[in-house]
Design a protein around this ligand. Structure first.
Ligand code: SAH
Length: 259
């Protein structure tokens, strides 16, 4: 008899943006294989579990997917409850299918627990509906990041055609994103916003346009970030971003203390 593997969505970062089902599975877990970005408080819910970091962060050390698959299968032969904890929702840009296919082929019982994807956390931070009436009736989740062996890359065509485009893993490739979108007919004046560390206590919001994306992306820090494009973000132009607000508040505090 082998145990069951649960692919669990950890949510976008804030530890309380986790489903009750996820919390229950974590509490029962014998071993947890988790992404690098999972919050320590979320991991702490897996009180009795062995914790193994297998996170893939772009540009940093990564554990090869095939090795992760093998670790999950081996763990299922040894433990009753195995959790694979992934950022956001496991079924969106999380390489879930590789794990599902490998576990299914090995005859292992599998269950998937959804999570809050970064697009929804960022929209909550912005307080802008992805499908704001009269402006947006379609949303595309896309990534410019190419996987080896992927089919012809049609992300830009889809993103250009949608009223609202949410681009994952895109802030580091802002120049290429700009070029590709404009090549597909997106006006360089179309509003865009970059949201870094969505759902955290201090998300950063950079209001920009498609044409200015590379300059805006340069101001993004080391946190995970989404590039969101669409007319619905036009109103953000008037607003300074949270980092600027914090800097202004700090300056005001300093001048108040010294005057
Ligand atoms: N399955 C995840 C996405 C994994 S791909 C989900 O559903 O959210 C990783 C990318 O997600 C990052 O490069 C970034 O574009 C985005 N991302 C993840 N967490 C984020 C956060 N807290 N704020 C902004 N973007 C985030």
């Amino acid at each position: 008899m082998s145990g069951a593997v649960y692919l669990v969505g950890a949510g976008p970062g804030a530890p309380d943006l986790l489903t009750l089902r996820a919390a229950n599975v974590l509490a029962r877990a014998d071993i947890v294989f988790h992404d690098a970005l999972v919050h320590p408080d979320t991991l702490a819910l897996a009180e009795r579990a062995i914790k193994v970091a297998v996170g893939k962060r772009s540009g940093k050390h990564s554990t090869a997917q095939r090795f992760i698959n093998k670790q999950l299968i081996d763990a299922a032969h040894k433990y009753t409850t195995v959790v694979r904890l992934k950022g956001g929702d496991p079924m969106l840009f999380g390489r879930a299918q590789e794990e599902i296919d490998a576990l299914t082929a090995a005859g292992i019982t599998l269950e998937i627990v959804p999570g809050v994807s970064a697009a929804f956390a960022a929209s909550a931070d912005l307080q802008v509906s992805l499908t704001r009436r009269a402006l947006a009736r379609s949303v595309v989740f896309a990534t410019p990041r190419e996987a080896a062996g992927s089919r012809e890359n049609t992300w830009a065509k889809a993103a250009a055609a949608a009223d609202t485009a949410v681009l994952y893993m895109a802030a580091g490739e802002a120049q290429a994103v700009r070029t590709a979108l404009i090549a597909k007919g997106v006006p360089s004046s179309r509003p865009a916003v970059i949201v870094e560390n969505a759902s955290s206590a201090t998300p950063s919001v950079f209001a920009t346009t498609v044409g200015e994306l590379p300059a805006a992306a340069q101001r993004v820090g080391a946190g995970p970030a989404l590039v969101m494009v669409g007319e619905i973000y036009a109103q953000h132009h008037a607003q300074p971003n949270t980092r600027e607000l914090q800097a202004l508040a700090a300056l005001a505090a300093v001048s108040a203390a010294t005057s």
